[in-house]
Design a protein. Structure first.
Length: 255
C-alpha cells in the first residue's frame, strides 16, 4: 500500500500523488432532464456513462438538478440546471461541466451542496457560497441583484447569487477545513476539528443552537458533545449531512 504523507490531511495540501493511482474519470447515470449528468444532452442513462476524461475528480457533490465536481488540481466545475444561481454562472442550463470562473484563481479543497445552494473551501480556509439565499444558507443577507433582495416590494422573489462570494463573518473568526449543506442550511468544520459553525434555516432545530430560530450569519455550535472527537467523524459528518433532510440532523446511520 502506498504511504500517504500526513500533510495531505491539511486543507492547504490535500492532494494525492497521481502516480499512486490509475487515471480517474467521472461517470454518471440516472435521470437527466436538467442536464445534471453532464453528458452533453438531456437524455437519462441507465448505465454509467463517462462525463469527461479531461477532469480528474477528487470529490463530487449533487444538488437539486445540478452537480459540482472538484478536480485534483483544486478547480471547481458545475453542470445541470442553474436558474437559482447554483451553477455559479449567469446561465440557466449547462449540459457539460464548465469551470467556475469565480473560483479559477483559487485552490479549492472541499465542496458541498444540497437543494439549490453550494459551498466551497479554499486552501487557506475561506468559505465561498453561491446559489439560492432566502433562508440565510449563504451566510449573509445579500444577493447579486438588488431586485432580489427580499425587501417588501419584492416579496416572493427569491434571493439568488450567481457568483461565489466569501462568507466574510466566518473568514474573520475561523479557518475552515470542511463544509456540508442541508437543503436550506449550511455547516462548516474548523481546521483544528474542534468547532462546528451552522447557519441558514433553523426549522426543527436543524442548526443545533438550542432554538428553532434561523440565522443568516454563521454561529458556532456551543456545548457540542464529544468535542475532542469532532476530527474523528468530520469526514462522514460532512458526507452524511449532504444527504439528510433539512428538518433534522443525524449523527450517523448505518443501512
Amino acid at each position: 500500500m502506498a504511504e500517504v504523507d500526513d500533510d495531505i490531511r491539511q486543507p492547504s495540501t490535500r492532494r494525492v500523488q497521481s502516480t499512486a493511482f490509475p487515471p480517474l474519470q467521472t461517470v454518471a447515470w440516472g435521470a437527466n432532464a436538467n442536464g445534471q449528468l453532464g453528458v452533453g444532452d438531456l437524455v437519462g442513462r441507465i448505465r454509467p456513462h463517462v462525463i469527461s476524461e479531461a477532469i480528474r475528480p477528487t470529490r463530487i457533490a449533487c444538488g437539486s438538478r445540478f452537480t459540482i465536481i472538484l478536480s485534483r488540481e483544486g478547480r471547481v466545475y458545475t453542470h445541470g440546471r442553474g436558474d437559482d444561481g447554483q451553477l455559479a454562472a449567469e446561465v440557466n442550463l449547462q449540459t457539460r461541466p464548465q469551470l467556475v470562473q469565480g473560483l479559477a484563481e483559487r485552490t479549492i479543497v472541499d465542496i458541498a451542496t444540497r437543494g439549490s445552494h453550494a459551498l466551497a473551501v479554499d486552501d487557506v480556509g475561506r468559505v465561498y457560497a453561491w446559489g439560492r439565499a432566502e433562508d440565510g444558507q449563504l451566510g449573509d443577507s445579500g444577493s447579486d441583484d438588488p431586485a432580489n433582495d427580499g425587501s417588501p416590494g419584492n416579496a416572493g422573489t427569491p434571493r439568488l447569487r450567481h457568483e461565489p462570494r466569501v462568507v466574510r463573518s466566518l473568514a474573520e473568526s475561523a479557518v475552515i477545513a470542511q463544509v456540508a449543506c442541508g437543503r436550506m442550511f449550511s455547516l462548516a468544520i474548523t481546521e483544528d476539528r474542534r468547532s462546528i459553525y451552522s447557519w441558514g434555516c433553523g426549522d426543527d432545530g436543524s442548526l443545533g443552537h438550542g432554538t428553532y430560530h434561523s440565522h443568516e450569519l454563521p454561529r458556532k455550535i456551543v456545548g457540542f458533545p464529544l468535542v475532542d472527537q469532532v476530527g474523528w467523524f468530520a469526514g462522514w459528518l460532512a458526507s452524511c449531512l449532504g444527504a439528510v433532510s433539512y428538518t433534522h440532523l443525524r449523527a450517523h446511520e448505518t443501512e
